[in-house]
Ligand binder design. Structure first.
Ligand code: FMN
Length: 282
């Protein structure tokens, strides 16, 4: 197995016990900015690193491996993905269950010239202050509240911290968000749509299809990043792709081979401990 070590860790506790342990970490993400980050941020890095210090770029052999090695990666190599691999992946992903087998998914796969035209159009819309993001699907709450707002901030600042983007640095924040609309350099971009008259249940089914794509990608040694950001610029997307008025953009997704040297790919997001999300009743 090939590993790209995301952090150099000098630890005094066992891996897999991310909380309540002492240690020192020199994340390779922060080696060059070591003076700029607080001890608590380093500790946070340490917890992440201890939780899962390695990124797996290999093909996975089991469902557990696919689940455990899937990450939203945000930097890809220019290496192309064979058409037959993408076709097989989407064919298999469609084995996802759906209420009364409605199969509510529809995917647009963009590569080469069309991908570039799409990225250029949406980047131009994103750069234009007159074009505000408008999504037809409501992914996030209108008013953020706990515990969700803290979790959201944590992932945002972990990513931006790795990239050395400080709060208030609007230019770099804009540039990083803009990378969504370049599919993070992945050679394959996907835009997913759903019929606007379908109900919440079909959106649930859709998530299973999307997860299948992400897990099956791991089996091919590929990585992904699901991207709701594309839905915010559905008008610009519609200018390039033949999406009918009856369709709503659900999200986009980057697909390709991960860049093992990209610092943003060392991000390992946390999860709430199982005891806090599951209630066993007997
Ligand atoms: C439907 C969906 C939409 C998402 N949209 C974006 C996006 O637009 N841009 C992005 O960088 N990440 C996006 N993400 C990735 C999440 O930030 C990520 O899943 C979360 O932080 C957990 O990290 P992990 O996927 O690495 O486990 C999205 C995830 C999902 C499931």
């Amino acid at each position: 197995m090939g590993f790209s070590v995301s952090a150099l860790v000098v630890a005094t506790c066992k891996p897999g016990i991310p909380h309540g342990c002492l240690g020192y970490v020199v994340a390779h993400s922060v080696r060059s900015h070591i003076g700029c980050y607080s001890v608590s941020w380093l500790y946070h890095c340490f917890c992440l690193a201890m939780h899962n210090a390695s990124v797996n770029y290999d093909k996975t052999q089991s469902v557990s491996q696919a689940v455990n090695t899937r990450r939203s990666l945000r930097a890809f190599l220019p290496k192309s993905v064979e058409t037959k691999v993408i076709t097989r992946l989407l064919e298999q992903a469609a084995r996802a269950p759906s209420g009364t087998n409605m199969q509510p998914w529809k995917s647009y796969v963009v590569r080469a010239k069309t991908r570039q035209v799409l990225c250029d159009a949406v980047c131009a819309a994103f750069d234009d202050p007159a074009q505000k993001p408008v999504s037809e699907m409501r992914y996030y709450p209108e008013h953020w509240f706990e515990p969700y707002v803290s979790r959201r901030r944590e992932v945002g600042w972990s990513l931006y911290g790795l990239l050395g983007i400080k709060k208030g640095d609007h230019a770099r924040t804009h540039a990083q968000h803009r990378r969504n609309f370049q599919f993070f350099d992945a050679p394959v971009g996907m835009i997913f749509t759903i019929d606007r008259d379908l109900a919440t249940g079909s959106w649930l089914d859709y998530g299973m299809y999307l997860q299948n794509i992400m897990l099956l990608a791991r089996e091919q040694g590929l990585h992904t990043c699901p991207q709701a950001a594309w839905a915010d610029y559905h008008n610009a997307v519609r200018g390039v792709l033949p999406i009918t008025p009856q369709e709503i953009i659900v999200c986009g997704m980057s697909l390709g081979y991960a860049d093992p040297d990209a610092i943003e790919n060392s991000l390992v997001t946390t999860r709430v401990p199982v005891e806090q999300q599951v209630i066993f009743l007997e």
